[in-house]
Design a protein around this ligand. Structure first.
Ligand code: M6R
Length: 611
């Protein structure tokens, strides 16, 4: 949830650290800090608020730190202690001139703190990270890597960390357990980060540390050990997207850019995976033998937030087309309720980041229980992608805005391909398969036509920006769209919003309807539309203004609602995508008109790596 950057090499470290922090700001943005080596000490600077506050603070140093060529940096999303300058990272350890940044949680921090206070250590913050910094200091006898190795032996919890020691100039030590660390290999330099977007400007050659790895780095010299088992070698991989992909590219916000990227990101998701002739999907990452496919008893889909909403579309499509039992479950619930899992069950873990703590824990639970486990992940090299082994990458490119948009539409596209594949191995004819291939291949164009409504959607948004609360309703495939529409609106505009099955509204929520509470109704043509239009009339009878998502040219639906946004005419399983895109734009414009911090909504972080 927080972001780490570290640098050692021949150029000044500060610009690399600050540019990395700006890239990682989407991961956490309540405070930030840097620690760089100077001839007489490790200089630490920290500021509450955005990275720009830290930049202002550094400007007042008048270049004092500009010559340093080694340092660490952090942007924080508070867990232990409020977002203050004292709680910001880096934290200094005791008397040995050690500074450390950390993502994750040290679970036994209270006991360690008590012990260290007993040894005379004085704490300046409320964080678990300062405990780690002092613990490392207490072990230090001239070798930072040995001190960290020894300290980590006493630590319970998760970490991605980077540290420097004044007595060892030019040296970085980084380690990982449960929180990602990627090492970017440059010429005579190394850039470390918690996320590849911070290193891509400098190099595409990257090593992803495994859990329990600890690396000692000096310039471009790299030595990786696994805690407890000595030296290890880790493969170098090439980051397959460019620095431009992580830029705003002229858009006002990353979210808008990512919404508009969707025709392309979905094309990238589909590329090479549609067999038009055989009417099938090619999902080689799934790696299921014909026997495993035939024996498949049930598909269990786990995820959180937007990824879970996409999973619901998958549940419907897999049952609908393939006749295979499918269920979607919130990953934390799946993990803790001791689910019954058979070896003929396929657990599909959906995660944009591939690092969400609950989804990762669900993956481990499913593996332990002997299920087949597949990861549907966007971030290459992420933990879920690596641990599932049967990974299907989304190839949607980096998603920087905290509100997930293009990941959802790529997740839905893959789930539809999965449904097709399972269906073709069971009961769907080649001809029907070809038809479904055509429908899936049409999705990018459906999105293009919806994006063309952007100006109209911006105008519609003006009529809804003052509401106090909103309900989103839909049925069948459009029910997950209602959930996702409500999630998007609440997280970026701070308007209270709930997604409901259209039939459920009468069972309680209707009590809240009044003129200041609009309803956004998914009224696309198809099964259930007549019933939803009936629900629309019920809402209007309670004075709610109704905005309908309607099928192009459907005059009956248009007449039934107060405002409408048209989306292309297509089957409901693919209408999910353009309808969601319309709601993404609606939320975006409402949030923009309300002056919200769209890419970095309050209290949120892009990747939720704590439970
Ligand atoms: O990286 P993941 O897909 O696992 O993240 C899951 C959720 O945290 C994420 O979708 C969250 O709900 C987004 N903020 C929604 O826009």
């Amino acid at each position: 949830m927080c972001g780490i950057v570290a640098y050692t090499g021949s150029r000044p470290a500060l610009p690399v650290l600050l540019s990395g922090l700006k890239r990682l700001e989407y991961r956490g943005y309540d405070s930030s800090g840097i620690a760089v080596e100077t001839p007489d000490k490790i200089a630490v600077r920290k500021a509450k608020g955005k990275v720009s506050e830290l930049v202002n603070l550094l400007d007042s140093d008048e270049g004092a730190l500009d010559q340093s060529t080694c340092g660490i940096a952090h942007t924080r999303w508070a867990t232990h202690g409020p977002p203050t300058t004292e709680n910001a990272h880096p934290h200094a350890g005791g008397k040995n001139g050690i500074a450390l940044v950390h993502n994750g949680i040290i679970e036994n921090h209270r006991a360690l703190r008590q012990k260290l206070e007993g040894e005379g250590y004085i704490f300046l913050s409320e964080t678990d990270t300062e405990v780690l910094a002092h613990l490392v200091d207490s072990k230090y006898e001239g070798s930072l890597v040995d001190a960290i190795t020894s300290a980590l032996g006493e630590v319970e919890g998760t970490y991605g960390l980077a540290a420097v020691a004044h007595a060892e100039p030019g040296k970085l030590v980084v380690a990982r357990r449960g929180s990602p660390i990627v090492i970017g290999l440059g010429e005579n330099e190394t850039i470390v980060a918690s996320d590849a977007s911070a290193i891509i400007k400098y190099t595409r050659q990257a090593i992803y540390l495994d859990d329990n790895d600890i690396a000692c780095i000096c310039g471009s010299d790299l030595d990786i050990r696994s805690l407890g088992s000595g030296a290890v070698s880790r493969a170098t991989s090439e980051i397959d997207w460019s620095a431009d992909a992580a830029e705003k590219g002229g858009y006002e916000h990353y979210m808008l850019k990512e919404i508009f990227e969707q025709p392309e990101s979905i094309r990238n998701t589909l590329r090479g995976r549609m067999d038009a002739d055989r009417g099938n999907a090619i999902l080689s990452g799934l790696n299921l033998s014909p026997r495993e496919l035939a024996d498949l008893y049930r598909v269990l889909i786990v995820g959180c937030g937007t990824s879970m909403n996409a999973g619901l579309v998958g549940e419907y499509a897999i049952e609908d087309f393939a006749g295979v039992l499918a269920e979607v479950e919130q990953a934390a619930e799946f993990r803790y309720r001791n689910p019954i899992i058979k070896s003929s069950d396929l657990v599909v873990a959906i995660s944009q980041s591939g690092e969400t703590a609950d989804t990762l824990a669900a993956v481990r639970e499913a593996i332990d229980k002997g299920a087949l486990v597949s990861g549907l992940v966007n971030t290459v090299g992420s933990t879920i992608a690596r641990e599932t082994g049967r990974g299907i990458y989304l190839h949607a490119g980096p998603e920087i805005s905290v509100a997930s948009t293009k990941a959802f539409t790529s997740q839905v596209s893959v789930l539809l391909m999965m449904a097709l594949k399972f269906a073709r191995s069971r009961r769907m004819s080649r001809e029907e398969g070809r038809q479904m291939v055509r429908e899936i291949k049409a999705i990018p164009e459906l999105v293009e036509r919806t994006l063309a409504q952007n100006d109209h959607i911006a105008k519609v948004a003006e009529r809804y920006l003052d509401c106090t609360s909103a309900f989103f309703i839909g049925r069948g495939y459009l029910y997950p769209v209602a959930l996702e529409g409500a999630l998007k609106l609440k997280e970026i505009s701070y308007i209270h919003a709930e997604g409901y099955h259209a039939a459920e509204l009468k069972h309680g929520p209707i009590a809240l309807l009044e003129a200041s509470v609009p309803v956004i109704a998914l009224c696309n043509k198809g099964p259930g539309q007549d019933k939803t239009l009936g629900n629309v009339a019920e809402c209007q009878a309670r004075d709610s203004r109704v905005l309908g998502i309607v099928t192009e040219g459907d005059t009956e639906a248009m007449a039934a609602v107060d405002d409408y946004i048209e989306v292309p005419d297509c089957p409901l399983h693919t209408a999910v995508v353009p309808s969601t895109v319309a709601l993404q734009l609606l939320s975006y414009h409402i949030a923009r008109l309300r002056g919200c911090a769209i890419d970095q909504p309050r209290n949120l972080a892009k990747s939720v790596t704590v439970e």
